[in-house]
Design a protein around this ligand. Structure first.
Ligand SMILES: [Zn+2]
Length: 541
């Protein structure tokens, strides 16, 4: 049984879809504000929900996944003013780039990627409803606010009390605006263009605005996710994902809006069944960071927060192929090696470690593939127990005679158990690597001996299972070809070097040594052909 740690209850809860038939699952993920390229924190906020979705599909659910882009925001406007570019040009550019990077990171495409600016009418509809239900009010200057004291459940998700909200609310609203609100925690639903602060107002025509019954203006940030989740999935829905930084105020506010505007559509008042938040990625302090301002240090992990002013932002496009040095799967491997709710303190060496772990997986898969060629078309059918499988294959066999099947069976059980425990990807990878270790031991023990057809089938089955489980984690199951440095080219050079060494040994009449190199290469799956003149050519079987 899958259990999910629900941010709202702070407990692991059994997963049961809202769909009475138990088949369909609807999930919504908050996407980035598109005024800059994606950094490693965004990558985590995409990969975590992607694994949730993949595991649900592996378990047989049909998942509808919607993920938005925030394409109207003061940060976008400020950048447009700074760079003298049209704000739409900026958002379109970064949305297109995000799609490209997500493809490289093997993130499954969402069923819809709605943009806030395409849903202003739907957002205004919510404002109308909230005004009618007296959950919202028009302030003296004409801006519209949500009245947090009007909703008794406000704060239930994040665990905050209204009295605590003074600090939380001040980040986005300046003091003059504070004075216009009934309560410090009240948040904006519709802001009038005429009230824009000078640094925004100077953008003139390049500041987005829409007509409304309350005057020209633009929506508050939280409103879009209420509007788009309602439009594309309806409420309530099953799973809401997002980074931990969105828990408050974004998700608390989104929840309040949806639950007040659409209370008639909710059964027990809840708009979302499970709230899933991934933790941050912070940077390991560098010597040049010296005495970093305490505001930049994450107290929980001891890492330094990413910030352009510190120059420590890790951009995805600079890390991965084709622009950067790493296989995108190394980034994914790095993320999956921690539980999504545990903070990661990043340092570049972790990507090298992740690359080495990928290599171990790919090497083992290739070795299993080679060893399975002896199966003569025999296949293994999965069943509920190892003894049963073995008997079905060949009544005379014992579990011990097909150790690879036992290892694969154990790996699948451990993988499922880890993933059922709130998507514990670190545990799931542990199960896969345990199987890889067993495969390497088993193959080494039988090295040189021709496997029986049943043994060959067991290797093939182990490789098939490993590929399936890698797919559940979104890890590509084949070594990438033609990527950046280190893909393919390094292997060729090593084989050439060994063949040269063998040639030199033969010239020196050290034939035993020469044969040892040849046999070793053969065992690794290389076919060596001697050519006249002492040269040799090779190919991989
Ligand atoms: Zn959102």
């Amino acid at each position: 049984m899958l259990r999910i740690l629900n941010s709202q209850s702070r407990q692991k809860e059994d997963f049961k879809p809202l769909d009475p038939a138990g088949k369909h699952v609807r999930m919504y993920t908050c996407g980035p504000t598109v005024y800059d390229s994606l950094h490693i924190g965004h990558a985590r906020a995409y990969i975590a929900p992607d694994v949730v979705r993949r595991y649900l599909e592996y378990k047989g659910y049909q998942v509808r996944h919607v993920s938005n882009f925030t394409d109207v925001d003061d940060k976008i406007i400020k950048r447009a003013i700074e760079e003298r570019r049209d704000w739409r040009e900026i958002t379109s550019h970064y949305i297109a780039e995000a799609h490209r990077l997500l493809m490289h990171l093997n993130v499954m495409p969402a069923d819809a990627y709605p943009r806030a600016t395409d849903h202003v009418v739907e957002m205004q509809e919510i404002v109308k409803r909230l005004l009618a239900s007296k959950n919202a009010y028009i302030a003296k200057d004409g801006d519209i606010y949500f009245d947090t004291t009007s909703y008794a459940r406000y704060g239930a998700l994040s665990g905050r009390k209204l009295e605590d909200d003074e600090a939380g609310a001040s980040g986005r609203v300046d003091d003059a605006r504070m004075a216009l609100k009934k309560h410090p925690g009240d948040f904006i639903l519709w802001k009038l263009s005429k009230n824009d602060r000078p640094e925004i107002a100077k953008g003139g025509e390049n500041v987005p605005r829409w007509p409304s019954p309350w005057g020209d203006g633009r929506p508050g940030w939280h409103l879009e996710c209420s509007a788009m989740s309602h439009k594309y999935m309806g409420v309530p829905f099953d799973i809401h994902c997002g980074g931990q930084d969105l828990l408050f105020p974004h998700h608390e506010d989104e929840k309040a809006q949806t639950e007040c505007a659409y209370c008639g559509e909710l059964k027990n008042g809840e708009s979302v069944r499970y709230w899933v938040h991934n933790a941050f990625i912070n940077m390991k302090a560098r010597p040049e960071d010296g005495a970093v301002n305490a505001d930049y240090v994450d107290q929980a992990s001891g890492g330094v927060k990413m910030s352009k002013s510190l120059g420590n932002v890790k951009w995805v496009r600079e890390m991965i192929w084709p622009e950067g040095p790493y296989d995108p799967m190394a980034v994914r491997m790095l993320m999956l090696s921690s539980h999504y709710r545990s903070p990661i303190v990043f340092e570049p060496a972790q990507l090298d470690e992740a690359t080495a772990r990928l290599e171990r997986l790919y090497n083992a898969l290739e070795a299993l593939d080679r060893a399975s060629h002896q199966s003569h078309g025999k296949t293994v059918t999965w069943s509920s127990s190892v003894t049963h499988i073995v008997k079905a294959e060949d009544p005379a066999m014992t579990t011990e005679s097909l150790p690879m099947i036992k290892a694969a069976f154990d790996a699948k059980l451990a993988f499922d158990a880890a993933m059922d425990d709130d998507f514990n990807t670190a545990g799931a990878l542990g199960a896969l690597f345990e199987m890889v270790n067993r495969a390497n031991q088993i193959l080494a023990r039988f090295a040189g001996a021709k496997p029986s057809p049943a043994e060959g089938a067991s290797y093939g089955e182990a490789a098939r299972l490993a590929r399936q489980l890698l797919g559940v984690l979104g890890l590509r199951a084949e070594r990438a070809q033609g990527g950046g440095a280190g893909a393919g080219g390094g292997e060729d050079k090593l084989v050439e070097l060994l063949l040269k060494t063998r040639g030199a040994a033969r010239t020196a009449k050290q034939f035993a040594l020469g044969d040892q190199v040849r046999d070793g290469l053969k065992a690794l799956g290389y076919e060596i052909e001697d050519l006249p003149g002492g040269e040799a050519k090779w190919k991989k079987k």
